[in-house]
Design a protein around this ligand. Structure first.
Ligand code: MN
Length: 189
């Protein structure tokens, strides 16, 4: 939500994420990449003071690309923690009911992140019927543009991992999985 007509760079709620990504990656990812999206959005957007989600849902072109990346990164950084908490029994049961087990869900989610072609995001969302859905979204796309309620996302743009993992995207995905703070994910339902 813009404050005084300007979008703000979120404060990163941690200085490190265990061994999953280096401080250098975190610093570039938040302080350079996300900051550039915020700055670009402030230059490009001159519409009404609606929510960021509403802008992402309806905008096109540069406004969409930059607003989408601001929303996606905010959700990504907020749901990670250096002291991550477990998922609830109820959420584990919901995953197991649909995917067979939490481990089977994790494997499918991470596989879809690893196999996404080019730059983008892997998402877990809820559809209008309350069913869970995993999607691969290219570029700055967000499930809100497809009438889905986004719960969880992992950034698979190369800038999210290349300094630490080079081409080993699957290793980054497995490591960042350990940093998911599940109560934040569940609160999005
Ligand atoms: Mn990113």
């Amino acid at each position: 939500m813009p404050i005084d007509g300007k979008f703000q760079l979120m404060t990163l709620p941690y200085q490190q994420l265990g061994e999953a990504v280096s401080q250098q990656t975190l610093s570039f990812h938040h302080g350079k990449h996300l900051k550039a999206y915020v700055d670009n959005l402030n230059k490009l957007y001159n519409g009404p003071a609606v929510s960021l989600q509403e802008i992402v849902r309806t905008a096109d072109g540069g406004v969409f690309n930059n607003a989408g990346q601001v929303l996606n990164h905010t959700m990504y950084f907020e749901q990670l923690s250096n002291t991550p908490r477990s998922m609830s029994d109820a959420f584990a049961a919901k995953l197991a009911a649909q995917y067979g087990s939490v481990e089977a869900f994790r494997d499918e989610f991470l596989q879809k992140g690893a196999s996404l072609f080019g730059s983008g995001w892997v998402w877990l969302s809820l559809d209008a019927d309350g069913k869970l859905v995993i999607t691969q979204n290219a570029g700055a796309d967000n499930p809100v543009r497809h009438d889905l309620c986004p719960l969880l996302t992992i950034d698979v743009w190369e800038h999210a991992y290349y300094l630490d993992y080079q081409n080993r995207r699957a290793d980054y995905l497995a490591a960042i999985w350990q940093c998911i703070d599940w109560p934040v994910v569940e609160a999005r339902m």
